[in-house]
Design a protein around this ligand. Structure first.
Ligand SMILES: [Zn+2]
Ligand SMILES: [Zn+2]
Length: 151
């Protein structure tokens, strides 16, 4: 039985599974971010990032696994104590959460469950990319819709 996009719950977590989270419904937006902060914080060429309101997001961890808090350019990063992966980023202004879409639960073939619906729809900060991406998604110099569109 398929659930409606508004009520579907997706689960994710850090690399070792000590910190897990759940998000309900569709994200506010979902993007591939090529900014230097994401590149440096994750050591990745770019990051698949889903944004959710505080009310759509909840997480689970035991007292001994409480994530470490790290401040980076006005954002609050929650890093797993054990595997050090960033399980969530929160923006203090609007309390929204940015979550790595690649941390969502997978099926037996390694595919992210319910990927349609959270799949990024644009590339942002494409100007600072370290790899060219040949897809049909819009590519923005900075934030989507608020900067020059490059492609
Ligand atoms: Zn972990
Ligand atoms: Zn970024």
């Amino acid at each position: 039985m398929s659930q409606s996009p508004e009520t579907i719950t997706r689960k994710g977590g850090c690399a070792c599974g000590s910190v897990t989270y759940a998000v309900v419904g569709k994200p506010l937006f979902s993007i591939y971010c090529h900014c230097t902060q994401c590149q440096r914080a994750d050591g990745a060429a770019f990051v698949a990032s889903m944004h959710y309101t505080d009310s759509a997001y909840s997480w689970t961890y035991t007292a001994e696994n409480e994530p470490d808090v790290e401040l980076l350019d006005g954002m609050v990063l929650y890093r797993c104590k054990k595997c050090r992966s960033c399980a969530a980023t929160q923006f203090p202004g609007n309390k929204n959460w940015a979550l790595r879409a690649t941390q969502l639960e997978r099926d037996e073939n390694g595919k992210i469950i319910n990927w349609e619906g959270v799949k990024p729809t644009s590339h942002i900060f494409y100007n600072t990319r370290v790899v060219d991406v040949a897809d049909d998604l819009p590519k923005w110099e900075g934030h989507a819709g608020r900067s020059t569109r490059l492609d």
